[in-house]
Write a protein that binds this ligand. Structure first.
Ligand code: ASP
Ligand code: MG
Length: 406
């Protein structure tokens, strides 16, 4: 017997037939003698529709009301799943964020979880009742509904598993696990049996869309055993675990990519103290995140080029903010390019192996792919390349690091 949290994403609860299928899977866990809490997303497409309604209703809107509207999709699926479970003879009760309560801070639209009260559902779970919890939502200090940011029901599930001290948090989704890279781009991509928290965190934040980044952070902080698996097939998925649970660690475990980057170059800025601060200050003021940065050494004349990346959606605003200070910064020109992709190789094995970056550069050079910007962390090497080479780069790196399925 174990206490488990099962989370079902939007496609898994996309219509009544699928909700019935989910109920069956929940029932079999209950029949195995497990205590079960289920976290559900809204039916696929519903949250997008709700967000559109709010955006179309006013130019500027109160985020507290945005949360009232966009949280409603999960209320529907939680209620429906409880109905369908009861119909199968399984004791079940739905719980909205404010009913638990799942307390968050007051940042509406992307609230952070502070605490979840689980005494009541724990008591009922011990009696065999399934707790069906609406994901993505909580309640602030004023008693108003909050939402956790898009994709937030993953975080609801992990946080609930931590609060319940659950043995497992199973995330059912439309893919059957975490792959070495995107299987739609690389036919030889392999499903991983296990991946470490840190690698999963990098994979999620570098563009792999299996789990919300914050959910992985929460799992890592609270040591929640997360499994990503398919709601449509009865197959083991990928376990996200501590590093010491993996016997033979690959040097590189996965390759992620993100098309969400755009590149800006400030040409011929003076190479003197305060210039970088002068450039990144206005961007920070505009709440624009800068990711990769390279600054060239100055050639004669004390001038240098400075290149960095920002999210594609912020490119126009970033260029505007910099153009306004172009004179002050002393830049000859501001050039931007959104036709780029960031490719990252990720693996905790990098800590103990030399030459990982070199293999990456060699593999890309072998295909004639030019590297525009490089950045590294302890367990990751990222490069920025022209977008048209995305697939070619993924395939050649996948082979170079020995990840191809046979
Ligand atoms: N329904 C929410 C969304 O689409 C939360 C989630 O599915 O995780 O973002
Ligand atoms: Mg999701």
């Amino acid at each position: 017997m174990a206490r488990i949290v099962m989370k079902f994403g939007g496609t898994s609860v996309g219509n009544l037939e699928r909700i019935r299928h989910v109920a069956k899977r929940v029932q079999s866990e209950v029949e195995r003698g497990n205590e079960v809490a289920v976290v559900v997303s809204a039916m696929s497409g519903v949250t997008n529709q709700l967000v559109d309604y709010v955006n179309d209703s006013a130019n500027l809107f109160d985020l507290r009301e945005y949360d009232v509207v966009v949280s409603s999709g999960e209320q529907v699926t939680a209620g429906l799943l409880a109905v369908v479970l009861q119909d199968r003879g399984v004791m079940a009760r739905s719980w909205l964020g404010w009913q638990l309560p799942l307390r968050t801070d007051d940042s509406h639209g992307s609230a952070r979880i502070k605490q979840i009260e689980v005494a009541e559902i724990t008591r009922r779970m011990a009696e065999g009742q399934v707790a069906v919890v609406a994901g993505f939502q909580g309640v602030d200090s004023q008693g108003r509904i909050t939402t956790l940011g898009r994709g937030g029901s993953d975080t609801s599930a992990v946080a609930l598993a931590a609060a319940l001290q659950a043995q497992r948090c199973d995330i059912y989704t439309d893919v059957d696990g975490v792959y070495t890279t995107d299987p739609r781009s690389v036919a030889k991509a392999r499903k991983l049996d296990k991946i470490t928290y840190e690698e999963m965190l990098e994979m999620a934040s570098q563009g792999a869309r299996v789990l919300q980044t914050r959910a992985v952070e929460a799992a890592m902080n609270h040591r929640v055993r997360v499994q990503v698996l398919s709601s449509f097939e009865e197959l083991p998925g990928t376990l996200v675990v501590d590093e010491d649970e993996i016997m033979e660690q690959q040097v590189v475990s996965g390759i992620a990519y993100s098309r969400d980057e755009a590149k800006i170059t400030l040409v011929k800025v003076p190479d003197r103290p305060g210039v970088a601060a002068g450039i990144f200050g206005p961007l920070a003021e505009a709440s624009i995140n800068v990711d990769m940065i390279v600054q060239n050494v100055s050639a004669e004349g004390g001038k240098t080029d400075l290149t960095f990346t920002v999210p594609k959606a912020d490119l126009a605003a970033a260029v505007r903010a910099l153009e306004a200070r172009k004179g002050e910064l002393g830049a000859a020109e501001i050039v931007s390019d959104s036709n780029v992709v960031k490719v990252s190789v990720i693996g905790v094995g990098m800590r103990s192996h030399a030459g990982v970056a070199l293999s990456m550069f060699q593999a890309l050079a072998g295909k004639g792919i030019n590297i525009q910007v490089i950045s590294t962390s302890e367990i990751k090497v990222s490069v920025l390349i022209a977008e048209e080479y995305t697939e070619l780069a993924l395939r050649s790196l996948h082979t170079a690091y020995g990840l191809d399925a046979d």
